[in-house]
Design a protein around this ligand. Structure first.
Ligand code: 0GY
Length: 422
């Protein structure tokens, strides 16, 4: 610790995260994402904000990542805690050291620059948090939030909102006007002692129904339940109602390290064990824990460039053996063995059946979709005695002659200049 670093002392009576959660009995689906959790400090490295409403005990990234692995999650979405204000350094540090396994939701001040937004995006931030819970923040005026939403929309980010059920009627017009996806924390904090079919929760369900861009986190059992651990029985029907009604717009997170808990500190293993009661089928579990968060936080912005597959790290991993097979054709002896019996030569490589078949079919588009890279795939058509032009024509579905003419005339986008008098 450097000489001038600040030492922080947690608030009196502050409950620290559970020291020793149990291993969940519920086995999370492969690739599950904890879509709501925080990192706090450590305060002597990443000081807590002056304007904070509480001082927590430190909950650093190392502990979060250890919990992720212990519970069986693959990834995290780390949400900026209010105790760090709009200073996102602890968040960005955690994202950068996650090896791509964490995305973030930041808090922005009005004077954030475009360069800072680009840097946050590059670090893995995909959303901004608007907080309306008065015990946590001094609420920002809606016109400032509107301006922030307008600025983050072109980045493809969304807005995460935290509010209490009593405030929904007032907030609804504002939330409904936001230009991005809107993700509501903890279902807008319903009073779960009321009936699930009652007017308060009905209002939230109707709000989601009316706005297809609104998603909800079905987390917060430990905050909302009056019944308490380990079963949190009164919370379950509310979360389940949202999951079953809007299965493609729900997320779930532990909420570790559970700031501001007063009644008890939840065992994160108990919280994971609620999942099969919240999402009772394997399909619902996969949507809630894998498909939805992956779509929202790990989508590739370049995935839908017409006619182009970007050869990124994922494609490279997928196509590794296919591309290595191609490279083996650099050797004459291997070319001869391949030509004499393609199938048995291919069977020597740990490629998928689909990859092998695409080679036999000389279906280069399919090979590219399966991770092939054209500079490696070229060894296949070179072995066949064919040119790049032949392969490109085949990939576009044209004859080689037509393809050559199109390229000589300037390519697909070429518009010939109008002749004089034409
Ligand atoms: C949560 C809920 C709370 C706190 C914060 O950033 C925060 O301080 O989100 C809360 O006190 O209800 O989701 O962590």
């Amino acid at each position: 610790m450097s000489g001038n670093a600040t030492r922080f002392t947690a608030d009196a009576g502050w409950l620290s995260h559970h020291a020793n959660p149990h291993k969940p009995r519920f086995q999370l689906p492969p690739g599950a994402v904890d879509s709501h959790c925080h990192v706090f400090g450590p305060g002597d490295v990443f000081p807590y904000a002056n304007e904070r409403k509480y001082t927590p005990t430190d909950a650093p990234k190392e502990k979060l990542f250890a919990l992720r692995d212990f519970l069986g999650f693959k990834r995290n979405v780390i949400v900026q805690g209010t105790c760090h204000g709009a200073d996102n350094r602890a968040l960005v540090d955690a994202l950068r050291s996650s090896g791509g396994r964490a995305r973030g939701v930041a808090t922005l001040s009005r004077d954030v620059t475009d360069a800072e937004l680009a840097e946050l995006d590059e670090a893995g931030v995909r959303g901004v948090r608007f907080n309306f819970v008065k015990r946590l923040v001094d609420v920002t005026p809606p016109e400032v939030l509107q301006e922030t939403a307008r600025r983050i929309a072109p980045l493809g980010w969304h807005v995460v909102v935290y509010f209490e059920a009593a405030d929904l009627p007032v907030l609804e017009p504002f939330l409904g006007s936001l230009p991005t996806r809107v993700i509501v924390d903890h279902m807008g904090r319903p009073d779960v002692r009321q009936p699930v079919d009652g007017p308060e929760f009905g209002r939230f369900v109707n709000f989601m129904r009316a706005h297809p861009n609104v998603w909800s986190k079905v987390s917060g059992a430990e905050r909302l339940s009056a019944e308490g651990p380990p079963g949190y029985g009164d919370f379950i029907p509310f979360a389940r109602r949202i999951v079953e009604t809007f299965p493609d717009r729900v997320l779930w997170g532990t909420d570790w390290p559970h700031p501001n808990m007063k009644s008890h500190m939840p065992d994160d293993g108990d919280l994971v064990d609620l999942l099969p009661r919240i999402a009772p089928t394997a399909d619902l579990q996969r949507q809630l824990l894998v498909d939805n968060p992956m779509r929202l936080y790990w989508a590739k912005p370049y995935a839908d460039i017409p006619g182009t597959t970007v050869f990124d790290a994922e494609q490279s991993r997928k196509g590794y053996h296919l591309n290595m097979f191609c490279m083996s054709l650099m050797k004459g002896a291997n070319r001869e063995r391949f030509k004499s019996d393609e199938r048995s030569y291919l069977n020597e490589w740990p490629m998928s059946e689909e990859q092998k078949q695409s080679v036999i079919d000389r279906d280069f588009n399919r090979m590219i979709a399966l991770g092939g890279n054209i500079y490696f795939l070229a060894k296949i058509f070179a072995t066949d005695g064919k040119s790049f032009q032949w392969a490109a024509a085949r990939m576009t579905g044209m004859s080689q002659e037509d393809y050559a003419r199109m390229m000589l005339e300037g390519g697909r986008a070429y518009v010939p200049a109008k002749k004089e008098g034409a």
